[in-house]
Design a protein around this ligand. Structure first.
Ligand SMILES: Cc1cc2nc3c(=O)[nH]c(=O)nc-3n(C[C@H](O)[C@H](O)[C@H](O)COP(=O)(O)O)c2cc1C
Length: 194
C-alpha cells in the first residue's frame, strides 16, 4: 500500500482548491493500492523562510512547526500537488512551504492537478522544474481544470465532485502512473541508504 499525500497550494478565504481536494481525495481513496492523506497548507502556517538552507540542515528543524510539516512530508511515498495559478505562477504559500524543507521530498514521484484559464498549465510547468531540484520525479500525466468546469463547481451549493466527471479518465491516468512510480521508487529507496 502506497501512502499518497494530496497537497493544497492555496489558503485564501473561499478557495477553489478545497473542491478539487475533495474530488481528488475521494478518487484516490477509492483505489485499493493507496492510503491517502490531505496535507492542507492552511494547517501549516509558516513565516517567510529565513533559515539556513534545509538542503544542508536536513531534518535539524528550526521550529516545531517546520518539524511537523517535515514529518508529514516524510511519511509519504508520493504526492499530488493541487495548484492554483496566481499571476502565471504557482502560489507563494506552496513555494515558502517547500523552501522550508528539502530531503523529505527526495526520490519520490509528484503529480499535479491545476485550475485556471489554462488549467493551471503555467503553474504546473514551473512546479515541474522546481520539483527536479528537490530530486523528485515529476510525472507527465496531469489534470487541468478549465473555467467551463470551474464555474459550475463554484456555483454548486452544496458542492458535488460529480461536476468533474468528464475529467475522471484523466485523473485515472494520473493515478495509475502515480501508482507505478510510487512503488518503483519506494522499492529503489529501500535498496539504498543515502
Ligand atoms: C492573486 C491571483 C492571481 C491570479 N492569477 C491568475 C493567473 O495568472 N491565471 C489564471 O488562470 N487565473 C488566475 N487567477 C484566478 C484563479 O485561477 C482563481 O481565483 C482560482 O480560484 C484560484 O485558486 P484558489 O481559489 O484555490 O485560490 C488569479 C487569482 C488570484 C487570487
Amino acid at each position: 500500500m502506497s501512502r499518497i499525500q494530496v497537497i493544497t497550494s492555496s489558503t485564501r478565504e473561499g478557495r477553489f482548491s478545497e473542491k478539487v481536494a475533495q474530488w481528488v481525495v475521494e478518487h484516490l481513496e477509492a483505489r485499493a493500492d493507496f492510503t491517502v492523506d490531505l496535507l492542507d497548507l492552511r494547517d501549516h502556517p509558516l513565516p517567510f523562510f529565513d533559515q539556513p538552507p534545509p538542503a544542508y540542515t536536513l531534518r535539524d528543524y528550526p521550529t516545531e512547526a517546520v518539524g511537523r510539516l517535515g514529518g508529514k512530508l516524510d511519511a509519504a511515498d508520493g504526492y499530488v500537488i493541487l495548484t492554483a495559478e496566481y499571476n502565471h505562477g504557482y502560489t507563494a504559500v506552496l513555494k515558502n512551504a517547500m523552501d522550508h524543507t528539502f530531503i523529505e521530498w527526495r526520490r519520490k514521484p509528484v503529480a499535479f492537478v491545476g485550475w485556471g484559464n489554462v488549467g493551471g498549465a503555467r503553474a504546473i510547468e514551473q512546479l515541474r522544474e522546481v520539483c527536479v531540484e528537490f530530486e523528485m520525479a515529476p510525472l507527465r500525466h496531469a489534470v487541468h481544470i478549465l473555467p467551463d468546469l470551474m464555474r459550475p463547481a463554484m456555483q454548486a451549493d452544496p458542492f458535488d465532485p460529480g461536476v468533474f466527471n468528464t475529467l475522471e479518465a484523466k485523473l485515472t491516468l494520473l493515478s495509475d502512473d502515480l501508482a507505478w512510480w510510487t512503488s518503483a521508487l519506494a522499492e529503489a529507496r529501500g535498496r539504498t541508504r543515502d
